[in-house]
Design a protein around this ligand. Structure first.
Ligand SMILES: NCc1[nH]cc(CCC(=O)O)c1CC(=O)O
Length: 309
């Protein structure tokens, strides 16, 4: 019997990181279903976020910049699934789309990449650190108010080369991204989540589909990681209660331990001088409620100049 190929079209951005993630989803699907590799086609779609390289993404409109064109392709039925870094996704998805699968989450920590040295303490007073993330900037300033933190955008390779060339003394990147690119050895230090919380969704690959496309969704059942899905439900509910516009430094991490979920969230002033933290526990079957309650509690605690009320 001949089969019409491909069975499934995956949409992805074209960055090396995004391609790695899409291929990981393809490989998992092919393995789980015993398909030929050609059964899953990876389609590269350029997004607005890929075209903007000269300013902080928070200034260019924040979340959604890396997903809009992929979501349009999904809605137009040009692809069947979109593969994303969960971290890059807005908390509100367009009508008709939902997240249906998650690969097992990688290490969630941020890595510090230094020109010289092996810990945050090795940066000299006044050293220049580049990042485009408000969350990383604020947490770094909180720990080291003496550092000069400035805008450094671009893909992982660009950022690393600006540290190597001496333009910056250091930068921060998600360890998960470095690892996927085979560059985990570039990490000079890993920042403990106890004093440096990752972004909501960091380290997780999320798969989006059209609502009601149950035949497609069913194909993801054997590849999706339930614990990662629960953690992301908590984190995304928390973030959704707060801001979503990317203009406030926000961190959040849910950890599933058996039947229980532990969530910790932080909000900071951009200069790191003000710091608000919340820790909450809840049963795994109330993940959404846990995230919503954490977000509401945080919102009640944070002054209006940090979070528009
Ligand atoms: N904002 C870009 C982005 N989106 C996801 C990752 C890393 C991979 C992940 O967190 O899953 C990165 C790079 C970075 O922040 O260093």
């Amino acid at each position: 019997m001949t089969q019409s190929l491909p069975r499934l079209r995956l949409g992805t951005r074209g960055s090396p990181l995004a391609l790695w993630q899409a291929h990981a989803v393809r490989d998992a699907l092919v393995k789980a279903h015993g398909w030929a590799p050609e059964a899953v086609e990876v389609q590269v779609i350029r997004t607005t976020g890929d075209a903007i390289t000269d300013r902080a993404l928070s200034e260019a409109g924040g979340k959604g910049l890396f997903t809009k064109e992929l979501e349009e392709a999904l809605l137009d039925r040009r692809i069947d699934l979109a593969v994303h870094s969960a971290k890059d996704m807005a908390t509100k998805l367009p009508d008709g789309l939902h997240l249906v699968g998650y690969l097992p989450r990688a290490d969630v920590r941020d890595a510090l990449i230094l020109r010289e040295g092996s810990s945050l303490a090795d940066l000299k007073p006044g050293a220049k650190v580049g990042t485009a993330s408000l969350r990383r900037e604020a947490q770094l300033r909180r720990l080291r108010p003496d550092l000069q933190v400035s805008l450094l955008r671009g893909n992982v390779h660009t950022r690393l080369s600006k540290v190597e060339s001496g333009e910056f003394d250091g930068t921060l990147l998600a360890l998960a991204g470095l690892t996927r690119l085979g560059m985990a050895d570039k990490a000079s230090a890993l920042l403990d989540v106890a004093d440096f919380l990752p972004a909501v969704g960091q380290g997780a690959v999320a798969i989006e589909s059209r609502f009601g496309d149950i035949a497609v969704d069913a194909l993801l059942v054997p590849v999706t990681c339930p614990a990662t899905g629960l953690a992301l439900r908590v984190e995304r509910a928390y973030l959704g209660e707060l801001d979503g516009s990317c203009r406030t430094p926000i961190g959040g991490l849910a950890e599933v331990q058996g039947e229980e979920i532990r969530f910790r969230g932080v909000v900071l002033s951009p200069d790191g001088s003000r710091y608000y933290e919340i820790v909450r526990y809840g049963p795994a079957n109330r993940a959404l409620e846990l995230g919503l309650a954490a977000g509401q509690e945080m919102r009640a605690m944070v002054p209006a100049d940090l979070l528009p009320h």
